[in-house]
Design a binder for this molecule. Sequence first.
Ligand code: AMP
Ligand code: MN
Ligand code: MN
Ligand code: MN
Length: 274
Amino acid sequence: MQIDLHTHSTASDGRLAPSELVNRAALAGVEMLALTDHDGTDGLDEARTSADELGIRFINGIELSVTWNKRTVHIVGLNFDPDYAPLKAGIQVLQTFRHTRAKEIALKLEKSGIEGAYEGARRFSGGKMLGRMHFANFLVDSGYEKNVRNVFKHYLVNNKPGHVTDEWATLDDAVSWITGAGGVAVIAHPARYKLTRTKLRKLIKDFISAGGQAMEVVSGSHNVNEMKTMACHAADFDLYASMGSDFHDPDFPWIKLGRLVELPPKCKPVWDLF
Ligand code: AMP
Ligand code: MN
Ligand code: MN
Ligand code: MN
């Protein structure tokens, strides 16, 4: 069975509208799909309506931004009630921070001679969740770089002109918003943080203390070795294992929707909890 539990739509920094994403998933043969937009749930209703029409099992999802030990980590929430008030309040705080940060990013870019980045990024976000990807889209569109990867590398990461220090949710808060809403919290793409083994295990321990139950083992941003390593960590800590592409855009050929390998045999599938 093809399962994809980590995807993005225009409700955050994905390229496809929720219904377009679900259609593409159906064409790829996906039978169970979660939409996990950054810090928001606005795409879920549209996606669920399309999934119901196409006979895909749809799982409510979100990808929450967290600051843990001065680093940004992402916590995916799956199968929760989006109307849970503390989750909605948390999302509101994150969205407000995104707008403040966007203004700071634009100010910094202006100092390096790039005008109008706030309005430009907002044009790409369509007035919805505002993220670094929208700045990247604007800078590519304005001819500063040839692709978004280069924009991140040259402008939007640590020690580059448009970088702003992030202050996201705490790990405890993010996990409790998800579990309080009846959902499962999942550490997103754990290999992407480039943590030492000791630090990664500290993250996992803190996550479990907060009430987290799962981690992504199969991810569009994990190579085969990383999947094996993450399967071992999941087994060591008795965590459930998730799989998701982190699909954003049909024009990013390195990440495909609904084309993932199976979970390694010793993993406990997170969907056993749904
Ligand atoms: P934000 O949450 O607004 O800080 O943006 C994070 C998002 O930016 C990630 O989810 C990716 O979609 C995108 N992103 C981060 N780093 C890169 C990169 N090096 N190349 C392309 N996209 C990136
Ligand atoms: Mn993204
Ligand atoms: Mn992420
Ligand atoms: Mn993601």
